[in-house]
Design a protein around this ligand. Sequence first.
Ligand code: ADE
Length: 362
Amino acid sequence: MSIISDDDFLTENTALKSMDSAKKETPVNSESNDYDRNFEDTIRPKTFDTYIGQTALKNNLKISVEAAKLREMPLDHLLFYGPPGLGKTTLAGVIAQEMGVGIKITSAPALERPRDIIGILMSLKAGEILFIDEIHRLNRVTEEILYPAMEDFYLDMTTGKSQTVKTMRLPLPKFTLIGATTKAGELSSPLRDRFGIVNRLEFYTKEELTQVVKRTAGILDIKITDDGAETIASCSRGTPRIANRLVKRASDFAIVKYDGEITEKVAHEALEVLKIDKYGLDNTDRTLLKLMIEKFNGGPVGIETIAAAIGEDVRTIEDVCEPYLLQAGLIQRTPRGRKVSPEAYRHLGYKLKGFSEQTTLF
Ligand code: ADE
């Protein structure tokens, strides 16, 4: 049982995401800032029909949404997991739109104090969606407040001090919690078990990303050739957020240096300036692979050692770089650490010498 004191209401809640724009450019492969979020917001699909990819998941969600509407009940709590940039927040927005309900968006690091989550829960209207990003980072107290809120829609509160303390049960409107995480494995089992629907988002195919690229170019009112769209799609690491940022950068080139159309040539020029190669790898990825090859003979090497050696945060490597390098077959996870694949040696122009029989098998 979570007991929350009335002191928890005394200050203003700052946990809901601010949408103020801080105008600054970020690398295409980094996590998003407010400026990116504003751009992302303008191009986000709002309905299932305009949301490209994740077809199986989308079809299941359509049924759940339809059933909830027929029953006139909120949707079950939902958990989305998968690498960043694949559309977890976008899907939550689509669900809210299709359900015809409001959505409040926050993230676990913003829910530091009990009053942060309590304030949000108490501001929810019946049927509304609460979206919590990076939900694996919730602290224990906040998590325990969420358990009865998710399960039975109430909060346990205490009023008064020491001897005169009274407990009361505060009912909450029925709501849907949508949690998003890049690390489903780090969720505690009591929290994970309270989600009725758990879904993994997959990397997008080149064809799906080509559609995303064309759609975004259309919204930005920029012409794009098929070749231009395919070039951007194939360098976008299976990730719409990256594809969209590349469209934006390529459109700047098209407008400033060419006649306003993103052609294959324009796309290549933009990618070259951004130092993104045909695999969609950027400088950080290449530095990481080269370091593993040159300093650790291709691995296996532990993630902490790699992070320290290239001066990156372990979490950035695990969440941002590694999922795609694994998916593209450029690195492999072994019980003793990460190992570079022969494909990565070839791609970076290294000879394959030094590979034992076993390592050349994959
Ligand atoms: N922009 C970002 N993700 C998208 C998606 N899945 N479909 C269409 N446009 C997008």
